[in-house]
Design a binder for this molecule. Structure first.
Ligand SMILES: [Zn+2]
Length: 963
């Protein structure tokens, strides 16, 4: 409070002064006088005229003088360019106000219309149809030269066509491009406010530092990278949060969706590019080749400049790690020098995984970085209290944030964001030529590695069971601007002979490092500390495909043609011309079978339960038999074209045990309490044109589920059991998520009169009824907790890993938690074995394979019953493994980890990975992993598709034993 009074007094002085005298210099000196500590020498030399009233408004919205810097303590006045304050009728970061995407874009356009230093571009369109708009800021020369500057960075990005001498000339005559990304996480609202003010300041300020930034850089600003989420959150704020300033009693701070499919996971999309936000940023990247991609987040007090603690990714040029530390330490030094507490670096993430939005830069020879500033999750001012861990002085946090409760405002957040961003731009402008030279050197190094050292290429056979999946992997590489070729003739290298049509990724290309990262298994160091997210993203592991590293330089002599677009392999329908009795489709593990089943929904498809031979060809179990008849042939021809399936017409149906496989009526339950991971699941279903019903909590409560759905699919949710059942606290209700006049963006992709209360016990009872009446429930990841721990399936204990139940003071629960803490597979590819190789879920897979696993609860092999109380006469029932379809670990002897890393895996191996358990007349299929992880592990998807395609057979399945 003392600081607050000091600021107000000084601010009053400035106000009096400005009435008498409008002289620029003296006004600036007085303004600086209200600021508590030192600042960069530049600032004092050529001051701006502050916009009248801006100093006072900023000061009053800042809770303490130490949370303000001289750089952002005023808005520079301009007679021709509208300030955000003039446009919004408030300063950015004013308490209780948030700008929506339309207004942010309107201001961006007003800025560009008025300032010769600003230009506006549209770089994409969101899932819900909103524009994604970007500003480019530079001096007039720079704005005039944007096309030339873009051509220069593009040339520097490809050293094959730009030699050192040409590069030196380009570096001398061009500039680094620095890109800011705001509001990726929609409830982290301060970045949009910050960058709108930053854009204005960069456009109009005449401070030497700002002039230097304008003259030496092109600054790109994406003020609302996910406009769908911004609008949903802004409307949510005004509907539920405005005026509420007690952190302890704040209701839920975010709407349930930030876009059609996304919530917080929207920032983990770098490799796959599912979300329109990601696609827009990638398009921007390949168009501009920015030297820095800087993503703005909120979570850490008071500003964390990311660069990761290590381990560092071995496939990223080490220059990058030095660069981002230089930038981060400069920010820490600058803010600390200004007396702003809580600026820190290093202690966030690990920098091994580069799967985030800014990673497009890390993976393509630029610098990806980010801030976590301190957001309130609301635009109101709150009293915040930090933990002792957050406020200890450390080498990476030399001036820690306050250790006693303090008021924190949206403007404080803007002050930190904008000051640090200016520090980063200042250093980048000063080191502009070095940054460009490094960018070229990194591109050069990456290309030369592919020229000078093995492997020289990766070879991806086009026909590996599922030609479509191989094509999709290639498409994903192409989307990353990794060059792929196709062999026009057979070729032989030491590693083997490959036919024409084989995909070849030559590594003598600038994005060689990323190609290697995506095509080889990851090896996260076992002593590398706790990773932040996935530790494996190897595409061959994700797609269950083989990519052969070629160390034989002869691969360069192979006859190749560039693969410019995603390949579209087609299937065929082979027939003798006479009317066929039956068409057979050999199951070679095709991922497209679920889509095919729905395409052919009106036709009878049967599935062979055993291998058979027909026309001299061997068909494995899982192969399809489609009865001939009217329209079948045309439908199969069209399906085979679209989905690369090979149908063969036979004169007679083969004699093989088989079952009918009608397309199920599918319900997908999405709890309001967590829509994130199931959003990816919905995306995967939509991409494959799978019809399903979106089932809300209230639909579960309404019951009659068995009348509506054959299969109820419940994906992974990041919720504990009680939250899965009881949902968002009822105390906050009713919380409508509906389209209204004041909330036009709400109600999509699903609407509710009240998102609180979950399914409740009555909903759980309806799920139990659904299964008992003969439904098939399929649960993924932690969604499996609901059926196993909620008691719908009996006899499966959350595994305490052999630790006695009474061990320790905490008993079974804490013992199990301790074991789980020891056993970690944080997004790794690990081996599994089918305990029931004939089970329909195993169709298309070998007995020993692998899947992608994150950290999920461990479950024990089922028992007939579990004891009811601790006594000597009521022990657990006998083990009953009949429901175990798949187990963790390779009983064939392969190493557990395929890619990534695992800890404490000894406690996981042998435990169930997939269970198929009877409940009443129905069944529950339980996955202890998520086969639909962020549209990455496409080779795991067939496991789930098998459960859906063969739902009727699974309901009748009688556990024929393990072989
Ligand atoms: Zn974030």
């Amino acid at each position: 409070m003392r600081g607050r009074r000091t600021l107000s007094a000084a601010q009053a002085d400035v106000g009096r002064y400005r009435v008498r005298n409008s002289g620029r210099l003296l006004g600036f000196v007085l303004m600086m006088a209200l600021l508590p500590t030192g600042w960069a020498a530049d600032v004092q030399t050529a001051p701006d005229a502050p916009e009248a009233g801006s100093i006072e408004e900023i000061a009053s919205a800042t809770t303490e003088p130490r949370f303000l810097s001289p750089w952002v303590a005023y808005l520079p006045a301009s007679s021709s360019v509208p300030s955000p304050r003039a446009f919004l009728h408030r300063i950015p970061g004013a308490p209780g106000e948030l700008v929506n995407s339309a207004t942010a874009y309107a201001y961006s356009r007003a800025l560009a219309a008025a300032s010769p230093h600003v230009k506006v571009f549209t770089i994409g369109r969101s899932e819900e149809g909103r524009e994604i708009v970007m500003l480019a800021i530079a001096d007039e020369q720079g704005i005039r030269d944007l096309d030339r500057l873009k051509a220069a960075t593009a040339a520097l990005a490809d050293p094959r066509r730009t030699d050192r001498k040409a590069a030196d000339q380009l570096i001398a005559s061009s500039r680094p491009i620095y890109y800011f990304n705001a509001a990726l996480h929609s409830d982290e609202t301060g970045s949009t406010e910050s960058v709108l003010e930053l854009a204005y300041r960069l456009a109009v300020s005449e401070q030497p530092m700002i002039r230097r930034i304008r003259e030496n850089l092109v600054v790109l600003i994406n003020p609302v990278s996910n406009p769908d989420g911004r609008d949903k959150v802004v409307e949510w704020f005004y509907r539920f949060l405005k005026g509420k300033t007690d952190l302890a009693t704040l209701p839920r701070q975010s709407p349930p969706y930030w876009s059609k499919y996304a919530f917080v996971d929207i920032n983990r999309d770098a490799h796959q590019q599912v979300h329109e936000t990601t696609k827009a940023v990638h398009r921007m990247f390949y168009d501009w080749h920015p030297t820095v991609v800087h993503d703005l987040h909120e979570s850490v007090a008071l500003l964390m400049s990311w660069n990761g603690t290590g381990p560092y990714n071995p496939n990223i040029d080490p220059i990058t790690f030095a660069e981002f530390q230089t930038l981060s330490f400069h920010e820490v030094q600058t803010l600390t020098g200004m007396g702003m507490p809580g600026a820190a670096t290093w202690n966030f993430g690990e920098a091994f995984a580069h799967l985030f939005l800014d990673s497009v830069a890390m993976n393509h020879n630029s610098i990806g970085r980010g801030y976590e500033t301190f957001g309130n999750g609301t635009a109101e001012t709150l009293t915040q209290t930090l933990t002792p861990e957050e406020t200890r002085p450390e080498w990476y946090r030399v001036l820690p944030p306050p250790s006693t409760p303090f008021k924190w405002s949206a403007r404080d957040n803007v002050n930190y964001n904008e000051t640090a961003a200016l520090a980063a731009l200042d250093l980048s402008a000063t080191q502009a030529k070095t940054l460009l030279a490094n960018f070229y050197t990194k591109s050069y190094n990456s290309w030369r590695k592919g020229v000078d050292e093995p492997p020289y290429a990766f070879v991806i056979p086009a026909y590996q069971g599922d030609p479509l999946r191989a094509a999709q992997l290639v498409e994903r590489l192409l989307a990353q601007h990794i060059e792929v070729h196709r062999a026009t003739a057979p070729f032989t290298v030491k590693e083997g002979s490959f036919p024409a049509g084989t995909y070849v990724v030559r590594l003598d290309q600038p994005y060689r490092n990323y190609a290697v990262d995506l095509l080889t298994p990851q090896d996260y160091p076992k002593d590398g500390g706790e990773p932040y997210d996935d530790v494996s993203w190897s595409l061959p592991a994700h797609y269950h495909l083989n990519a052969v590293a070629i160390a034989d330089p002869a691969v360069r002599s192979a006859a190749l043609t560039p693969q410019t677009d995603g390949p579209h392999p087609q299937g065929h329908l082979a027939s003798s011309g006479t009317a066929a009795a039956v068409y057979v489709l050999k199951d070679t593990g095709q991922e497209s079978l679920l889509e095919a089943r729905y395409r052919l929904a009106r036709f009878k498809v049967e599935i062979a339960e055993r291998a058979f031979t027909a026309g001299g060809v061997e068909y494995p179990a899982g192969s399809w038999l489609v009865a001939g008849g009217a329209g079948v042939r045309d439908a199969l021809t069209s399906a085979s074209d679209a989905l690369a399936l090979e149908f063969v017409a036979l004169d007679a149906a083969p004699d093989v045990p088989k079952h009918a496989a009608p397309a199920p009526r599918l319900g997908v339950w999405v709890p309001w309490a967590d829509t994130d991971t199931i959003g990816w699941l919905r995306y995967s279903l939509d991409q494959r044109h799978i019809p399903y019903s979106y089932v809300r909590d209230e639909d579960i409560r309404a019951g009659k589920l068995h009348e509506k759905y054959d299969v109820l699919l419940y994906g992974h949710v990041d919720l504990e059991l009680a939250e899965q059942i009881q949902g968002i606290p009822k105390a906050w209700g009713p919380m409508p998520f509906e389209k209204t006049r004041t909330t036009p963006s709400h109600g999509t992709p699903a609407a509710s009169k009240d998102i609180t209360g979950g399914i409740g016990w009555e909903g759980l009872a309806e799920i139990q009824k659904f299964v008992e009446q003969g439904g098939l429930m399929v649960t993924l990841g932690s969604g499996s907790m609901l059926v196993l721990e909620g008691g719908i399936v009996r006899g499966v204990r959350r595994d305490s890993g052999g630790v006695p139940r009474s061990a320790g003071s905490g008993g079974a629960a804490s013992a199990a938690a301790a074991q789980e803490a020891l056993t970690r597979t944080p997004g790794a590819h690990v081996r599994v074995s089918f305990a029931q190789p004939n089970h329909p879920i195993a169709y298309g897979y070998p007995q020993h394979t692998w899947v992608f696993r994150q950290n999920f609860p461990l479950y024990a092999t089922p028992r007939r019953w579990l004891r009811m109380a601790f006594c000597t006469t009521c022990l657990d029932g006998p083990v009953d493994p009949s429901g175990v379809v798949m187990q963790w670990g390779d009983q064939g002897g392969g190493p557990f980890v395929v890619s990534g890393q695992a800890w404490g895996e000894g406690n996981l191996i042998g435990r169930p990975a997939i269970l198929d358990m009877p409940v009443g007349r129905g069944r529950v299929v339980v996955f202890n992993f998520n086969p639909l992880h962020r549209d990455l592990n496409r080779g795991d998807q067939r496991l789930l598709w098998n459960a859906l395609i063969n739902w009727q057979a699974i309901l009748r399945w009688s556990h024929p034993g393990s072989n």
